[in-house]
Design a protein around this ligand. Structure first.
Ligand code: F6P
Length: 533
């Protein structure tokens, strides 16, 4: 099938996306909708034959069987011997899901209720700090224990009616210092979010927060909560089990926002809105399980990704939300996609034999337009773009802003596809320049066009819609992983750096010699030792 797709790619090189629109039914045929969300991939160079081949690729890869295995609790994370069941966290009707023969749902729903109770108490002031009701919550976590909640908290700002929530992730002391400055320790709740409760950045920040709090609060541990799979370690840190919200190893860090790791979000927006977020995710799960592949949004999003990255060889994809509150979505998707599918070994340990997942990057529009879109439009490399936009904002009094936002989003995908020919460019400069100079000036104004993009459009960024979007991308990663024969649920590639950082700690502290290190590392250590105060 890869060979067939490569030959279809050669055909695609000879045609323009605009020509595909000679078919008046193209927009509808190369789009799919779920609930009220529409995914339009018609502005790509995928024609009917290519789509059929891509769908066959998904069928042949066993996506349906592996999807069912994932939902049923099979241990598809083979290198770690774990099930992959973040979907159970949003399985709100509690239909049984078994791991090792045991239904995990009673435990999931019980923890969700405990989270709701605690979040309710923090929000209504019945859980108090030494100085009274909680005004600020600081979530300390990194990677999946930070990016999911912070992305969603920012996305759902219009629903945030609880205490202010802040996020600290970086071990750079600047992060926690800037966050804690101005907060009152007597009315602050610190949530330590770490699946393993060993991550050096998180534990360092947690200890710093405890020291900060103990300067003013007689029992700082009473204003700490923990989110982790390891209750022994949370106990050793001194956090009362009543404020420990546990989860199991079948929830991967980057898939964990739906459970206890989402506690800060729940405190910020309330249990009802948080459950609406879960309902959105659950609805997307149902769609993913039930819809035919030809109408299945995660499958189609994945196939567009495979076409662009593995078949056409475009190494990156830009995620461009025309929704300012999705400012952290690109960062969130960087972890979700790159930590999941950035691997060069197939599940059986052999070499992958094709490109791993792409580099994912982006920024909200319209800001990106005034920064890096130049390269997207006229650079020598093709960057497939994924636009996201809501029909309506949350500021009815600023509807004219939203209209401008939408117009810009649509204009970008149109411009990328249409481009501007040399003749059109000549018309632009005619009368301003003459002869060779006119020609030279015109050439600078040519847009190659024929650049692919997709658009995900939804009514409004509500908790439910956000849940749909996040689950959509999770399943996209799953489908791409299956097609690429990658285990999307381990992350061995983060280990080496962690080991070396541990070894370098005493060297950078000046306690051990850098002798065993390479010349560059020795030089950098020397520089640090010489220049710090
Ligand atoms: O270093 C990678 C990683 O393990 C991520 O997969 C994870 O989301 C992050 O670190 C944080 O891990 P933890 O929640 O255990 O602190």
């Amino acid at each position: 099938m890869w060979t067939k797709l490569k030959s279809l790619a050669q055909d695609a090189e000879t045609r323009k996306i605009t020509e595909l629109f000679e078919d008046p039914g193209r927009a509808e045929a190369f789009s799919t909708s779920f609930d009220q969300t529409l995914f339009d991939f018609s502005k790509t160079n995928i024609d009917a034959a290519t789509l059929a081949a891509l769908l066959e690729l998904a069928e042949n890869a066993g996506v349906a069987t592996k999807r069912d295995a994932m939902f049923s609790g099979a241990k598809i994370n083979e290198t770690e011997g774990r099930a992959v069941l973040h979907t159970a966290l949003r399985n709100l009707d509690g239909a049984p899901v078994a791991v090792d023969g045991e239904d995990v749902m009673p435990g999931v729903l019980k923890t969700l209720d405990r989270m709701s109770d605690f979040a309710g108490q923090v929000r209504d002031g019945s859980f108090r700090g030494q100085g009274g009701a909680i005004t600020d919550v600081v979530n300390i976590g990194i990677g999946g224990s930070d990016l999911g909640p912070v992305m969603a908290y920012k996305a759902l700002a219009p629903y945030a009616d609880g205490p202010r929530v802040h996020y600290v992730s970086n071990v750079d002391g600047a992060d926690i210092a800037d966050t804690l400055r101005g907060l009152n320790p007597e009315t602050t709740l610190v949530i330590v979010a770490s699946k393993t409760f060993t991550t050096i950045e998180t534990m360092t920040n947690a200890r710093t927060a405890r020291a900060w709090m103990s300067e003013k609060v007689s029992d700082p541990a009473a204003q700490f909560a923990a989110l982790s799979t390891d209750q022994e370690k949370t106990g050793a840190f001194g956090i009362d089990p009543a404020r420990v919200f546990g989860f199991e190893d079948w929830v991967g860090g980057r898939y964990s926002v739906w459970g206890p790791i989402g506690l800060s979000l729940m405190i910020g927006i309330g249990s009802d809105a948080f459950r609406a977020f879960l309902r959105g995710g659950q609805a997307m799960d149902r769609h993913f399980k039930e819809a035919e592949f030809a109408e299945n949004m995660p499958v189609l999003l994945a196939l567009v990704g495979i076409w662009h990255n593995q078949v056409l060889g475009h190494a990156t994809r830009a995620v461009l939300p025309y929704d300012n509150r999705l400012v952290r979505l690109p960062a969130y998707l960087q972890q979700l996609e790159m930590e999941s599918n950035g691997k060069s070994v197939a599940i059986d340990g052999s070499d992958l034999g094709h490109n791993s997942g792409p580099v994912v990057w982006g920024e909200p529009g319209t800001n990106g337009q005034h920064a890096f879109y130049q390269l997207i439009h006229q650079g020598t490399r093709v960057i497939p773009c994924e636009f996201l936009v809501a029909a309506e904002g949350h500021e009815p009094e600023l509807a004219h802003h939203h209209q401008l936002l939408v117009a810009n989003c649509l204009a970008q995908s149109e411009a990328l596809m249409r481009g501007r020919t040399l003749d059109e460019a000549r018309e632009k400069v005619a009368g301003k320049f003459e002869g060779d100079e006119m020609e030279r000036q015109a050439r600078h104004r040519v847009f190659p066009g024929n650049r692919p993009s997709t658009t995900l459009i939804y009514p409004q960024l509500t908790p439910e819609i956000l849940g749909q979007i996040v689950a959509l991308y999770e399943h996209r990663v799953f489908v791409e992983g299956v097609i690429l024969d990658i285990n999307s649920y381990d992350q061995w590639g983060v280990e080496l750096g962690k080991e070396l950082a541990t070894a370098l700690g005493p060297i950078v502290a000046g306690e051990e010699s850098a002798e065993s290190k390479d010349g560059s590392t020795r030089q950098l250590v020397e520089y640090v030792l010489k220049h710090r105060g």
